[in-house]
Write a protein that binds this ligand. Structure first.
Ligand code: C5P
Length: 244
């Protein structure tokens, strides 16, 4: 925190507020690239912190009757498929340590109003995961760290076929049709171009333990929680003061 009141050693209110705000991590990448695995591993390693995971899937628009009738023609991989206004508002509230209700999404029923909504309380770390979380500049601006999970297209397709046929009970022709019509073109047109915003690019997703360890180390440094501070909690305050 470099920001100070001009001519004094006092940090400004905004600098203090910024320091107190949760650390927001964005995890983007193609469908079935291993984003969830990366998030799960980060969460596991940060077991002593309050961490919440928010999925961009929760912000899918509900489909109209017409769209539902012709769901095979609906593009779930286009940025406009998401209610980004709502995502910005939810993320902004969480960033300011306010509790929020996040809709639950039903992949099979194509609905995002599964009751009850998920109540998310303020946390130290917020992870936002989804194919297009780097697409909107307002969402990017709320992030402290941006991770892009980079996995080969054939691996992603193979995982997607397995997942959609097993978990979502779809038939393989429909999965392949959706992939060539929407998933692949949207990856090339909208998802891949957001890779340039990433601070860190992880090859091979959740298999990359070294990358995850480095990321977690960085988050811990940012949270100002070195081991010594955990053993002597009072030192935490002293160290924070020095950081300001
Ligand atoms: O978990 P993942 O990042 O793969 O989720 C995003 C994918 O979910 C998109 O590629 C989209 O095609 C797919 N999707 C779907 N059916 C829905 C909603 C999203 O196949 N009802």
């Amino acid at each position: 925190l470099e920001e100070r009141k001009a001519g004094t050693e006092e940090p400004t209110t905004s600098a203090i507020d910024e320091y107190k705000q949760p650390f927001v991590i964005g995890v983007a990448g193609g469908s079935a690239s291993g984003k969830t695995a990366v998030c799960d591993m980060i969460i596991q390693q940060l077991h002593d912190q309050r961490v919440v995971l928010v999925n961009q899937d929760s912000f899918y628009h509900n489909l109209t009757e017409e769209e539902l009738k012709r769901v095979q023609e609906y593009n779930f991989d286009h940025p406009e498929a998401f209610d980004t206004e709502r995502l910005v508002s939810v993320l902004d509230k969480l960033k300011h340590s306010q509790a929020v209700d996040i809709p639950k999404y039903d992949f099979k029923g194509y609905k995002n109003n599964v009751f009850p909504a998920r109540r998310v309380n303020p946390a130290d770390v917020i992870i936002l995961e989804g194919i297009l979380v780097f697409h909107d500049p307002r969402v990017r601006a709320l992030m402290n760290m941006k991770i892009f999970v980079d996995t080969d297209a054939d691996v992603r397709l193979a995982r997607r076929i397995k997942r959609d046929t097993a978990d979502n009970a779809r038939n393989i022709e429909a999965v392949l049709d959706q992939y060539s019509k929407f998933v692949k073109p949207a990856f090339d047109d909208f998802i891949l171009p957001t890779k340039k915003y990433a601070d860190i690019i992880i090859p091979r997703g959740g298999d990359n333990h070294v990358a995850i360890d480095l990321i977690v180390q960085h988050i811990r440094t940012k949270l100002g929680q070195h081991d010594l501070c955990k053993i002597y909690p009072n030192l935490y305050v002293i160290q924070s003061t020095f950081q300001i």
